[in-house]
Design a protein around this ligand. Sequence first.
Ligand code: IDP
Ligand code: MG
Length: 134
Amino acid sequence: MDQSTYVMVKPDAVKRGLIGEVVSRFEATGLKIERMEFGFVERAQAEANYAEHVGKSFYDGLIEYITSGPVLKMIVSGPDAVMVCRKLMGATDPREAAPGTIRGDLGLTLDANVVHGSDSEQSAKREIEIFFGK
Ligand code: IDP
Ligand code: MG
């Protein structure tokens, strides 16, 4: 099933010079990059994107971090794009992410885990709208 998902190279990866490395891994899956935009995440966008985490201990730090420096925002499309991207990213905690995944290979810490990707088709629709509009 063709899907579109929202993917973002997070500030730590941009600072470490890993944009090309991360983008090339998504391209290598055969999925297509439909849109790409480099820039800051606005506070309101960060809060909307991470609304499910409001009230958790790490929420304030997460919002602070994701707005702390520029990111690369992307729409990635193709067959089962949501699941394929999540698999490629690996587990949330880089220490638990399998070798060969982006977080497993490049992630440093739980908050600085290189990449964001929508976790369902519904989240993807919502997140694409937050970052790229309707
Ligand atoms: P995901 O990015 O794999 O979908 P989520 O559970 O949606 O993971 O969490 C969003 C982001 O919040 C994670 O990517 C990670 O950077 C951060 N995060 C999640 N859990 C923790 C935690 O327990 N401590 C600190 N940061 C966390
Ligand atoms: Mg998530």
